[in-house]
Design a protein around this ligand. Structure first.
Ligand code: ZN
Length: 293
């Protein structure tokens, strides 16, 4: 309950409506109340099917300034607009994100603060947006299913590729999820070779500490570094390599996979654990190369 004289914030209304001590717990409660079977649905999750169950009666693909939008009709159902030019994994994520907004609509409508709008979403609340992203990840890549995939298939770049197909999710969002859910601290890097200098630059990275370093300089593997030879020639590698990942050169345990040859693009998973060598590597078959990134 809010202290006397203070208005409840939209988030506290959301938490009290979905009976969660924290906003994230409230999101989890909303999900398990709306989709009690989420843990057993076939993969990839049928997001459009879930949207229907939340009263989204129409999904319209069109040109948009943003990834997606949701609006509410006077009769109480929803229409979602998705940016047609986005790749499918991203559209799936956006649809799951818009589904999450319906939990906020519902809480506003029945909660302590009545929703005063007339159909369109109120102005974007950054915290609500973050929670909708959190919900979208929970919908598309349920934690228990991601961990069981890692348990079965091991910690490797190939497992990550396999997961993007299983969950039909983007490489980057799957990398982030692996970092959140896995039992070991890990960093995932997507490298591309600069054809003129031969240097490998990290285009993006996800995992432990990635957010803190997101604004910093990309990691590089220059021609004079020991790992450069492996990066330039191997199709697959696993073991200890000297790399600089946002700091001095360190002897990291890395599992890498060549994604494309021209330009050379490499996916690496760095396992930040003393016992990394003992972890099972890959147990999945080769994943056919597709347009995953
Ligand atoms: Zn949103």
């Amino acid at each position: 309950m809010a202290p006397i004289g203070m208005q409840p914030t939209p988030l506290s209304s959301f938490c009290s409506y979905w009976k969660g001590r924290t906003p994230k717990l409230a999101v989890r409660n909303a999900l398990s109340s709306a989709f009690p079977d989420l843990a057993t649905l076939p993969l990839p999750i049928d997001v459009a099917g879930l949207a229907k169950r939340r009263g989204i009666r129409e999904i319209i693909y069109t040109e948009l300034q943003s990834d997606g939008q949701i609006s509410r009709s006077p009769s109480g159902d929803y229409v979602v607009y998705l940016h047609s030019a986005q790749p499918e994994p991203r559209r799936r994520f956006t649809l799951a994100h818009e589904i999450a907004h319906t939990f906020f609509f519902e809480a506003r409508q029945f909660g302590l603060q009545r929703y005063m709008g007339d159909g369109a979403l109120p102005s974007r609340d950054p915290e609500e947006e973050r929670l909708c992203d959190f919900a979208a990840t929970e919908i598309l890549m349920p934690a228990a299913r991601v961990s069981s995939l890692i348990r079965r298939q091991g910690y490797s770049a190939n497992t990550l590729l396999h997961a993007t197909q299983k969950f039909r999710s983007s490489l980057r969002s799957t990398a982030r999820r692996l970092g959140e859910v896995g039992r070991f601290k890990l960093l995932v890097h997507f490298w591309e070779q600069d054809v003129s200098t031969g240097t490998f630059l990290s285009i993006w990275h996800e995992g432990i500490g990635a957010r803190a370093r997101a604004e910093g300089e990309p990691s590089v593997v220059t021609a004079d570094q020991p790992a450069h030879k492996t990066f330039s020639s191997a199709e697959k590698f696993r073991g200890r390599y000297w790399l600089s990942l946002g700091g001095p050169l360190e002897h990291y345990f890395v599992d890498g996979l060549l994604l494309s040859a021209k330009p050379r693009r490499i996916l690496t998973i760095t396992i930040l654990d003393r016992l990394a060598e003992l972890l099972p590597g890959e147990r999945v078959e080769e994943v056919p190369q597709q347009t995953l990134f």
